[in-house]
Design a protein around this ligand. Structure first.
Ligand SMILES: Nc1ncnc2c1ncn2[C@@H]1O[C@H](COP(=O)(O)OP(=O)(O)O)[C@@H](O)[C@H]1O
Ligand SMILES: [Mg+2]
Length: 239
């Protein structure tokens, strides 16, 4: 698929597939097109050309809410929480938004408050949390919809180093427990290498490389050796 914005080709000829039961890491420097890809997959933006399929169905013209009800959830790189609502209420909305009853929404939020180590903030207004914690709330809201697929846009940005391992555990449990497919975009290369079953590298709207974390690591090393600070290295240094 492709997407251009007035002369800027944000994505050109990219094909991307996410299966259930897998974690796919998407890396690339700022401006590579990562958020655009998530926007197209979730219906927050329309491709200039190409189609989006969900479970074998062409959903290119479906609005985001319809895709969400069909099992596709996302988190946002910036904001999108209800700042005046509590952390718990924000997470419950993820369940209510896809038609869960209030009791069920409360149970799911309870589980996620523990899994994401947000319990201490449950009754705090979302806008009062540090940005890293806000992103975790966004992850909680996405997971509360019990998605078949969840696309996470820089969910670990701003997290303390000590929060990274528990967060990696949450991602693995989304795959292994819910059996969902996870697309994760993040600049924390150590996290990406650890949680991803496979990794795709995007650069200037094109797929530059795809492979196992080990293959990509070697690729990055090669790029670092031969290209200095350009190319893929920009991704690894882009945090
Ligand atoms: N709504 C928009 N209008 C104009 N240009 C955009 C818009 N969204 C993204 N772009 C451009 O598309 C390119 C890819 O952006 P983006 O997908 O946000 O990259 P990434 O998430 O990898 O940092 C960038 O050059 C960006 O400036
Ligand atoms: Mg982005």
């Amino acid at each position: 698929m492709a997407r251009s914005f007035k002369g800027v080709q944000a994505l050109r000829g990219v094909t991307f597939e996410l299966g259930q039961h897998e974690v796919v890491g998407l890396i690339g420097p700022n401006g590579a097109g990562k958020t655009t890809l998530i926007n197209l997959m979730t219906g927050f933006d329309l491709p200039t050309s190409g189609t989006i399929e969900l479970g074998g169905q062409d959903v290119t013209r479906w609005r985001p809410a319809r895709r969400a009800k069909a099992g596709l959830a996302r988190t946002f790189q910036h904001g999108h929480l209800f700042g005046g609502l509590s952390v718990r209420e924000n997470i419950e909305l993820g369940a209510l938004g896809v038609g869960a009853r209030s009791g069920e929404a409360r149970r799911r939020a309870d589980d996620l408050l523990d899994a994401l180590e947000l319990r201490a903030h449950a009754d705090v207004r979302a806008r009062l949390l540090p940005h890293g914690e806000q992103r975790k709330v966004g992850v909680g809201r996405a997971l509360a919809s019990r998605p078949s697929y969840v696309l996470m846009d820089e969910p670990a940005a701003g997290l303390a180093e000590s929060d990274i391992e528990p967060f990696a555990q949450v991602i693995r449990s989304v795959r292994d427990g819910f059996g969902a497919g996870v697309l994760i975009v993040d600049h924390n290369i150590a996290l990406m290498m650890e949680v991803s079953d496979r990794i795709e590298v995007l650069d200037q709207g094109r797929t530059l490389a795809r492979g196992t974390p080990e293959e990509i690591r070697q690729n990055i090393d090669v790029a670092a050796a031969y290209l200095g600070s350009s190319g893929v290295t920009g991704a690894s240094a882009g945090a």
